[in-house]
Design a protein around this ligand. Structure first.
Ligand code: ACM
Length: 533
């Protein structure tokens, strides 16, 4: 499987895409009219679809007198403050956050059967109560509350209400523990503010894993003290010849902190043994012939490999994984392992046998792209499947056998949830090696039954990767991610029984005005009945 076919004139294609992005980024969004919400948003009109709703009663109306009351430790207070921060600009209300009080919006933790991320939302004339067992559950409840308010609540200037929340009870919890999005910061570098912007967008859809693809042929994006040229030299470039960049350790900690404040875990990836030209260019001793190649700004894949027979390779891997693990409060280190076309298979197996234990030594669990199942996945490792409908039966069977043997899967089928695939032949940016992926196709599959021979219990969740060969702005990211990201989030969160394209497309349409209000540059797919702007 190759991400790119060698036959396309690379420079022309990338330049063309960048021009399209530049044009897209320059568009200004038309100002949406102020909300004149007659009836409140029905409780089940959210994305991802909730497990169950029981409507009934008198809607709650947020007013100038509304307070946000919190019952729980400081973290609950912090979530209340976050909620107030979301609602104050558009409502213009003070929304004080207090540890006591009646009515209004109450956030409380209890020992109930809500699961690690579930929650209950109850709304009536006197107020709205959000209940969960964990702060993560309360945070997700806040995202639901937000979607139950008119889209104009997302604006940064005072808007006309009324700010009603439909009455009734909503019960919710995720289908899968792992609901991810990947951002490739290697092909084009994205700054800390750009990553934070994406994190906020992910949080709105209850995504809880941010996978950062931190190294590739075109760039090394994280400072490593023991190998400083990786970032200072290997990071100083990107696809198309731009300046690139890298995260200092302080930058990276800030991303991790911000993600945690939105209840996302960061999964760092250092792709090995292929996709390593930036590292090979930075240190001659990592090359079998001792000669550093030039930096690379194209978009081909499969031409680079670490030198599997050299001790320096394992010193490098140990140092990088140790420093990365020390920066990572999360559970995982992603080792990549895809498209190692310039590494002999026996060498690939040998390399993975030596490098996976380093991840365990530094207290983390391995994730690898599903090619890892062709080696010996470490105990507890997760494999990330990125095949397509046409992936060969033998490859699928290998993944399924690994899943039955305990290597659980993250599903990222490229012809469904690779967010960098073009929607149609006429939309740009994006690539199309896995096909054109419109919104319906992206949504309409079941992770639980997707791969034959994989026990449902071996599916840990869904992740939507966004490779960045053709995007270098937030507008570019957003155009590819929205609306498909919302569908991937629903596949990860909502029970299979709630999957239904005809209902989904209407719920999705209701997100359009919210994205307009947030300034998110999205693709207005003709498959979705968007309200007129
Ligand atoms: C991949 O798209 N090479 C994981």
């Amino acid at each position: 499987m190759r991400r790119h076919h060698g036959t396309t004139p690379r420079t022309a294609r990338v330049l063309g895409s960048l021009l399209l992005i530049a044009a897209a980024g320059g568009l200004t969004l038309g100002a949406a009219p102020a909300a004149r919400a007659a009836a409140p948003v029905p409780l089940d009109r959210i994305v991802p679809a909730p497990v169950s709703v029981t409507p009934g009663g008198t809607p709650y109306r947020v007013t100038r007198a509304t307070g946000i009351h919190v019952d729980g430790p400081a973290e609950v207070h912090r979530i209340g403050t976050y909620l107030a921060g979301l609602l104050r600009p558009a409502t213009g209300y003070p929304l004080p956050v207090t540890d006591h009080g009646d009515g209004g919006i109450l956030l409380r933790l209890t020992q109930g059967d809500y699961g690690a991320e579930g929650y209950r939302l109850h709304s009536g004339a006197d107020g709205v109560t959000l209940t969960a067992r964990t702060p993560a559950g309360l945070f997700h409840a806040v995202q639901t509350l937000r979607q139950l308010l008119p889209a104009a609540v997302e604006r940064t200037t005072v808007q006309r209400g009324p700010w009603q929340i439909a009455a009734g009870t909503l019960q919710d919890r995720p289908r899968y523990a792992y609901r991810g999005a990947m951002l490739d910061v290697a092909r084009h570098f994205f700054t800390v503010p750009q990553v934070k912007r994406y994190i906020d967008q992910l949080a709105l859809y209850k995504i809880n894993e941010l996978h950062l693809h931190l190294s590739d042929d075109q760039g090394w994006r994280i400072a490593v003290d023991s190998w400083p040229r990786l970032a200072s030299y290997g990071g100083a470039g990107e696809v198309g010849g731009g300046r690139g960049g890298h995260y200092t350790k302080a930058d990276y900690r800030e991303i991790v902190r911000y993600a945690a404040s939105r209840y996302l875990e960061v999964v760092p990836e250092i792709d090995m043994p292929g996709h390593t030209n930036a590292a090979l260019a930075s240190y001659a001793k990592l090359n079998c012939d001792g000669v550093a190649p030039p930096r690379y700004t194209g978009t081909q894949v499969g031409f680079s490999s670490l030198c599997v027979s050299k001790k320096a390779t394992y010193d490098f891997a140990d140092d990088v994984i140790r420093e990365l693990a020390a920066l990572t409060p999360g559970r995982y280190v992603h080792l990549g392992g895809d498209e190692a076309h310039s590494t002999a298979h026996a060498d690939y197996v040998r390399f993975m046998d030596r490098v996976q234990p380093l991840v365990a030594r530094y207290g983390k669990t391995v994730i690898g792209w599903h090619q890892l199942t062709g080696a010996h996945p470490a105990k507890g490792a997760l494999a990330q499947y990125w095949g397509v409908d046409g992936t060969g039966a033998a490859e699928k069977a290998q993944v399924a056998a690994a899943a039955r043997n305990g290597t659980h899967l993250i599903l990222s089928p490229a012809d469904r949830v690779y967010l960098d695939m073009k929607y149609t032949a006429r939309t740009g940016p994006g690539t199309k090696w896995a096909g054109l992926v419109e919104v319906h196709r992206s949504y309409d599959w079941n992770p639980g039954t997707y791969l034959a021979g994989v026990p449902a219990s071996a599916v840990r969740g869904v992740e939507a990767p966004l490779w960045s060969e053709t995007v270098k702005t937030s507008a570019g990211i957003e155009y590819l991610a929205f609306p498909r990201l919302a569908g991937a989030a629903e596949l990860g969160w909502s029970p299979a029984a709630r999957h239904d394209w005809s209902a989904y497309r209407k719920r999705l349409a209701a997100q359009g005005p919210r994205w307009d209000a947030l300034g998110i540059h999205y693709y207005r797919s003709p498959q979705v009945p968007w309200p007129a702007r």
